[in-house]
Design a protein around this ligand. Structure first.
Ligand code: CAA
Ligand code: FAD
Length: 382
């Protein structure tokens, strides 16, 4: 498997890198501090660069690029601002991609096109207060009534919540069916009567990315907004998350690379005992371990992306990439803080923000324990 980037992939990576370092990085600390989502910078500018539809066919307003280009994009954004990385990842992988994978031509025209062009933003509502890792425990209900589905229930921890215009929402349509059976996927537009936003979370990291509750109270949506087949929603969710995990793995990789960049620069510049701290073997060895883990994570992330592009199943590869890259991000950012000493613990340097941001990558889109479950189960099955 080769990861030599082709001309298009290099161009996308370089364009995003330039945008990230020249525009996104400048306000990352301040947005983190004030918990500000800057839609113009974190979404509209991405749309102008053609990134909001990066994975989708040109016939629906997308860029028609591949998963590796998408991973490079999320990696480069997250290298300077993990909140911007997840805004794009949640929009592309979770909000728009299920429509790309399961939508009818009419749904793609109505919803995928404005999502791809960035006229609208997407989000994904699977998690509920009592159904997190156990996504099959969904309690939100959807009942068919004449020309509508009526949704009742709530979703929590939804990335892009409140900001997004189109939500992919999972609800139980067959109350008799057990566990993951009887769940269906729906497309819900912001502004639909009966659909509102509840609590906005105050978080440890990715503080510039909004995370909110979605509330459905007798929310009527048209029958044609069922996404995929009735009672097949759990598979819509799982297939969507396979791709989403590549996005979060790339986010984790970007965070780790960003922290490593800062650690190397600091080890060169900071002097103690009349010499740069990089001269001390303890620091050199730490940097060597960090670089090795980052490169190993990169290979797993790119492999999963290439596998996704190949058209064969990639659940296990995506889970491995997400597991390893997120644990790498936590390890590398923690060491980067250590290399910065007391300064690393202050908000004067970005590594403490990166350490706080890294933690979420071990939790969302399936915790590390759930990734191990997916990998181990696949291993024993084959
Ligand atoms: N693709 C297609 N089908 C799949 C699948 C996949 N990747 N994984 C499972 N399935 C199918 C199974 O084949 C099975 O099908 P049958 O009914 O035909 O047998 C069915 O789904 C149920 O599978 P399991 O028995 O394995 O299901 P489970 O209830 O044990 O749960 C799980 C499996 C992997 C733990 C799953 O519940 C899971 O992924 N949980 C984590 C939830 C999660 O990741 N949430 C993320 C929310 S989004 C987010 O966080 C956003 C963000 O970061 C920004
Ligand atoms: P729980 O499932 O209660 O897990 C608690 C602990 O138990 C964890 O350590 C877990 O690994 C462990 N555990 C649970 N089951 C098992 C098991 N079978 N084996 C071993 N260990 C287990 N969800 C969305 O739908 N859309 C979003 O956009 C979204 N964005 C998010 C953004 C943020 C900032 C956060 C914090 C969460 C987001 N989530 C989103 C939800 C996220 O996916 C869940 O938080 C995550 O899947 C874990 O669920 P939980 O929090 O209920 O933890």
């Amino acid at each position: 498997m080769h990861f030599t980037l082709n001309e298009e992939q290099r161009l996308i990576r370089d364009t995003v890198r330039e945008f990230a370092t020249q525009e996104v990085a400048a306000t990352a600390a301040q947005r983190d501090e004030t918990e500000t989502f800057d839609r113009e910078l974190m979404f509209d500018r991405l749309a102008q660069l053609g990134l909001t539809g990066i994975l989708f066919p040109e016939t629906y307003g997308g860029a028609g690029a591949d998963y590796l280009s998408y991973a490079l994009t999320v990696e480069e954004l997250s290298r300077v601002c993990a909140s911007t990385g997840v805004t794009l990842s949640a929009h592309v992988s979770l909000g728009a991609n299920p429509i790309n994978l399961f939508g009818t031509p009419q749904q793609k025209e109505r919803y995928l096109r404005p999502l791809a062009t960035g006229e609208k933003m997407g989000a994904f509502g699977l998690t509920e207060p009592s159904a997190g890792s156990d996504a099959g425990g969904t309690r939100t209900t959807a009942v068919r009534d004449g020309e509508s589905w009526i949704l009742n229930g709530s979703k929590n921890f939804i990335t892009n919540g409140g900001e997004a215009d189109i939500y992919v929402v999972f609800a139980r349509t067959d109350p008799q069916a057990r566990k993951h059976h009887g769940i269906s996927a729906f497309l819900v537009e912001k502004g639909t009567p009966g659909f509102s936003f509840g609590k906005k979370e105050v978080k440890m990291g990715i503080r510039s990315s909004p995370t909110t509750e979605l509330v459905f109270e007798n929310c009527h949506i048209p029958l044609e907004n069922l996404l995929g087949s009735e009672s097949e929603g759990f598979k819509v969710a799982m297939k969507t998350l396979d791709g989403g995990r590549i996005g979060i793995a790339a986010q984790a990789l970007g965070i780790a690379q960003g922290a490593l960049d800062h650690a190397v620069a600091y080890a060169r510049e900071r002097r103690q005992f009349d010499q740069p701290i990089g001269n001390f073997q303890a620091i050199t060895f730490a940097l060597a371990d960090m670089q090795t883990r980052v490169d190993a994570a990169r290979m797993l992330v790119y492999r999963a992306a290439v596998q996704a592009d190949s058209g064969s199943s990639y659940s296990r590869e995506a889970a491995m990439a997400k597991l390893f890259a997120s644990e790498t991000a936590m390890d590398v950012t923690t060491r980067a803080v250590q290399i910065h000493g007391g300064y690393g613990y202050t908000r004067e340097y970005p590594v403490e923000r990166m350490m706080r941001d890294a933690k979420i990558t071990e939790i969302y889109e399936g915790t590390s324990e759930i990734q191990r479950l997916v990998i181990g189960t696949a291993l024993l099955r084959n």
